[in-house]
Write a protein that binds this ligand. Structure first.
Ligand code: IPE
Ligand code: IPE
Ligand code: MG
Length: 247
């Protein structure tokens, strides 16, 4: 049965964020090295973006490399960077064909020059697409993002471009990497880990959280739709009582 048919198209999340986890364990279970797992992650990325696009999710953000992931063995980090470069090159034509606008968040200046170049090219080539915004979190850490926002806001206060009184939640939002994205409605994490790992802490303040045991390389459209169906069965109260929710 097509799980998509069970989805209420009037109530899809605007922004879905995914912590793509479990590549290493997936490879290990097959007697292979961790890098084999990363190589097999691309299908899951494609399927998720396509699944999201088909039900009109407007933004999908994928945690691809965290600030903490720099601590992994150099061989693995290098392999991840090469995979990033090759995958972006390979996918560009499909991004264009499918109306995918590519975006990046994180300290991307820390990526190898070649990765920065390909990333910037892909962002430029897809900038007018409107079907869905696909954001890659690369060298991303939410705490670092918040520290940067505070620094930039402080500078403005010192320069008298902004007064302390004028600082609101919106000011903070506008200084995050995600300034042009809606708040996260649904966060999915694969591989049976129940944590946030420094991902979009501010943006997920009221997100619905969905955890699955599926390892990322095995994640397919049907799993994405399972998460959406689960999301649609929840009541988002935002502090109100159930009786106050009319939706
Ligand atoms: C997620 O899979 C990919 C990245 C963090 C880059 P992992 O590499 O974390 O896989 P596990 O968690 O070790 O199985
Ligand atoms: C989180 O996965 C980062 C990405 C998916 C890119 P990790 O596998 O690095 O997370 P922890 O450290 O186990 O929480
Ligand atoms: Mg992991």
């Amino acid at each position: 049965m097509d799980k998509k048919l069970l989805i209420n198209l009037q109530r899809v999340p605007k922004h879905v964020a995914i912590i793509m986890d479990g590549n290493g364990r997936w490879a290990k279970s097959k007697g292979m090295n961790r890098i084999f797992g990363h190589k097999n992650a691309l299908t899951a990325v494609r399927e998720s973006v396509e699944a999201a696009s088909l039900i009109n999710v407007k933004a999908i953000t994928l945690y691809a490399f965290s600030t903490e992931n720099w601590k992994r063995p150099k061989l693995e980090v290098d392999a991840l960077m090469s995979l990033l470069i090759n995958s972006l090159k390979k996918e560009l034509a499909d991004f264009i064909k499918n109306g995918v606008k590519v975006n990046a968040i994180g300290c991307t200046e820390n990526l190898p020059k070649k990765a920065q170049k390909v990333l910037n090219d892909v962002i430029f080539e897809t900038k007018n697409n409107t079907k869905i915004t696909l954001t890659f979190a690369l060298s991303y850490g939410s705490r670092e993002e918040i520290v940067n926002a505070i620094k930039n806001i402080s500078k403005k206060v010192v320069n008298k471009e902004l007064s302390e009184k004028e600082i609101t939640e919106k000011t903070i939002n506008n200084h995050l990497y995600t300034f042009n994205l809606p708040n996260v409605d649904l966060m999915i994490r694969t591989s049976g880990e129940y944590r946030i790992s420094n991902f979009l802490l501010w943006q997920m303040a009221y997100a619905e959280l969905y955890f699955t045991d599926i390892l990322w390389p095995d994640f397919r459209k049907e799993h994405f739709y399972d998460a959406i169906i689960d999301y649609q069965n929840r009541e988002r109260r935002f502090g109100k009582t159930s009786e106050q929710i009319t939706d």
